[in-house]
Design a protein around this ligand. Structure first.
Ligand code: ADP
Length: 304
């Protein structure tokens, strides 16, 4: 199989019938590998994922995947697309192996022998072979998500879209699921939509931040982290001092630590000698971006 082409999104906008502008002139180039789309709830992540998965027709713009014009030829992209929606819907009392076989029929693998091989290989890949005869309804959250990836991988897709896959998973399940994604991401385009910063840090070679339907940052995690180098400072303060600090400084995040409130402030130099520099991390990049966007929107500066 030739390497996956780049996904090109140009001037993509979507307005729902009630007037909500969920996507506002999105431009993105997404090459092979794991791409993280990070944004708070309501940012437009699912709207974008649904447009890419051809489940929703955007109001304007274009999407290309290699020589496929996604909006004009949805059936061509569907043949090479794997989609794990945020909510996989009802979980039937059908065994994992029967369900996957059924989904493989729907995806067009008609030959019984080929289907048996595909289903077996996928169940092994996502580590559900041992439990293949158990009903999916009884699976844990992590097992369901791994089943979701198995169904998304039917037919060797070259574009895989996963919408908030680790929400609700415990740390061990999340780790297992992420390792599986990382393996897949070596050869195809995988877009991971999430509000969990650590998922992007751990997995993604490129990323974008989506806020209010707009892309407000787009680079490698490393480059975004470097752009904040030496500009994030921390100190602990008493809770009642917090409003005053918010007034004086760009407080991008507050965190409770050992009963004390630790604040993170954006500034070119230490605001006062009690502040210490913070080594850069993606979480601060994300919080600083959200802070700036809220400021620009003129809303009260409630830090994360
Ligand atoms: P996210 O996935 O980042 O949480 P969504 O794409 O679900 O964001 O939502 C983006 C915006 O569009 C939100 O303001 C949401 O309320 C709105 N929205 C989502 N789906 C619909 C819909 N079917 N009709 C109207 N508004 C919607």
């Amino acid at each position: 199989m030739s390497p996956s082409p780049t996904l090109q999104i140009r001037q993509l906008s979507h307005v729902y019938p009630n007037g909500t502008r969920a996507l506002d002139q999105i431009d993105l180039e997404i090459p092979r590998g794991m791409f993280g789309l990070l944004g708070p709830n309501g940012a437009g992540k699912s709207s974008l994922m649904r447009c890419l998965a051809t489940l929703q027709i955007p109001s304007a713009g274009s999407i290309r995947f290699g020589d496929i014009d996604v909006l004009a030829e949805p059936e061509r992209i569907r043949a090479t697309l794997g989609y794990l929606p945020q909510d996989f819907g009802v979980y039937p009392r059908v065994s994992a192996i029967d369900m996957l076989d059924h989904l493989a029929v729907l995806k067009g693998i008609a030959a019984r022998g080929e289907r048996r091989e595909t289903v077996q290989a996928l169940l092994q890949q996502v580590n559900l072979w041992e439990v293949r005869k158990r009903p999916i309804a009884g699976f844990s959250g992590g097992m369901r998500q791994r089943f979701g990836i198995a169904q998304a991988l039917i037919g060797n897709p070259r574009l895989i879209i996963v919408d908030e896959p680790t929400a609700g998973l415990d740390p061990e399940e999340r780790n297992r699921f992420n390792n599986l994604l990382a393996e897949i991401g070596e050869s195809v385009v995988v877009i991971l939509s999430t509000h969990i910063v650590d998922d992007v840090t751990d997995l993604c070679s490129r990323m974008a931040i989506l806020v209010n339907g707009r892309i407000v940052a787009h680079d490698t995690p490393g480059a975004l982290i470097r752009s904040l180098e030496g500009r994030v400072w921390t100190r602990s303060v008493d809770k009642q001092e917090l409003p005053e600090y918010r007034k004086q400084f760009e407080v991008i995040a507050t965190r409770l630590r050992g009963g004390q409130t630790q604040i993170h402030v954006l500034a070119d130099a230490a605001p006062d000698p009690r502040f210490e520099p913070v080594p850069g991390g993606l979480e601060d990049v994300y919080f600083a971006t959200l802070y700036r966007e809220r400021q620009a929107a003129g809303s009260p500066t409630q830090a994360a």
